[in-house]
Design a protein around this ligand. Structure first.
Ligand code: PGA
Length: 263
């Protein structure tokens, strides 16, 4: 895993937006997996800026979102579908037919989850998956204890996630108890992954998943099993890492080897 430590939220957002843009330019019909939450808002702002100022083209992209609350209609004010349109899709030239967000109010969640997996397969698999990390170490809504082989399914939210996410709802009782989420197995099949995290409250889970053991109790640690993961942190989220000096040295010197291997 490559760990890039940035000064602050602004730099984390800029660096991650540039990494995504580089892949979009490399492959115009990229299949891009997207995340919601506070963390990627700045990254999406960066992508919108690159679209408006530099013509970054989203028209051939296919996008799949990680998760959605069960019970919320696509236009509900707290739905992740709405979040994505407000923060990214409405501001770029995405093709609406190429947008996939799990449908929270589906009548048949199990059938929907199978269908969602089939759409990812039919699109040729996810080229690049963007992830945040929850306060309990989850990626998507794969709460502690989730199987590393899990696929898109219904997951019961952990108490900590309900508390963390209650800030978006009028009262804690309004937070849905279940979500449709891609599984760890689904996420690990993406060809490359970028995880972003910021703030002091993420420092403890970041040191656990980057430098701790692989364990289903911190589901982000499953990323240690993937061959192409980039982690972009701000200074606060990186504050408990023990090998910071090494990560910074690699960041400053990798151009030497990149030149030699032609990347
Ligand atoms: P956040 O959520 O970006 O709002 O901190 C991240 C997550 O729960 O995955």
């Amino acid at each position: 895993m490559e760990v890039i430590i940035t000064k602050n939220y602004e730099e984390m957002s800029r660096v991650s937006a540039e990494l995504i843009a580089r892949e979009i330019k490399r492959k115009h019909d990229l299949v891009l997996g997207l995340a919601t939450g506070d963390t990627p808002v700045g990254t999406y702002k960066g992508l919108v800026r690159l679209h408006k100022e530099e013509g970054l083209d989203f028209s051939k992209l296919t996008v799949f979102n990680l998760d959605e609350y069960v019970g919320l209609a696509p236009l509900h004010e707290n739905s992740y579908n709405r979040f994505m349109w407000e923060n990214l899709f409405s501001h770029v030239n995405i093709t609406p037919e190429n947008v996939y967000v799990p449908q929270g109010n589906t009548d048949d969640p199990e059938e929907f989850c199978r269908w969602y997996e089939a759409q990812i397969r039919d699109a040729g698999g996810i080229d690049l998956q963007i992830l945040g990390i929850g306060g309990d170490g989850h990626i998507a809504f794969n709460e502690p204890g989730s199987s590393f082989a899990s696929r898109t399914r219904i997951k019961a939210l952990d108490k900590q996630t309900i508390e963390d996410n209650s800030r978006f709802f009028k009262k804690i009782e309004d937070v849905p108890r279940f979500a449709i989420t891609m599984g760890i197995g689904t996420i690990l099949e993406a060809r490359s992954i970028i995880l972003i995290a910021n703030g002091k409250k993420k420092a403890n889970v970041c040191v656990q998943f980057i430098e701790g053991p692989v364990t289903s109790q911190v589901t982000a640690s499953a990323l240690q099993l993937h061959t192409h993961v980039t982690i972009v942190l701000d200074d606060e989220a990186s504050s408990q890492l023990k090998r910071k000096e090494y990560y910074n040295w690699v960041r400053d010197n990798k151009h030497i080897v990149a030149k030699k291997i032609g990347r």
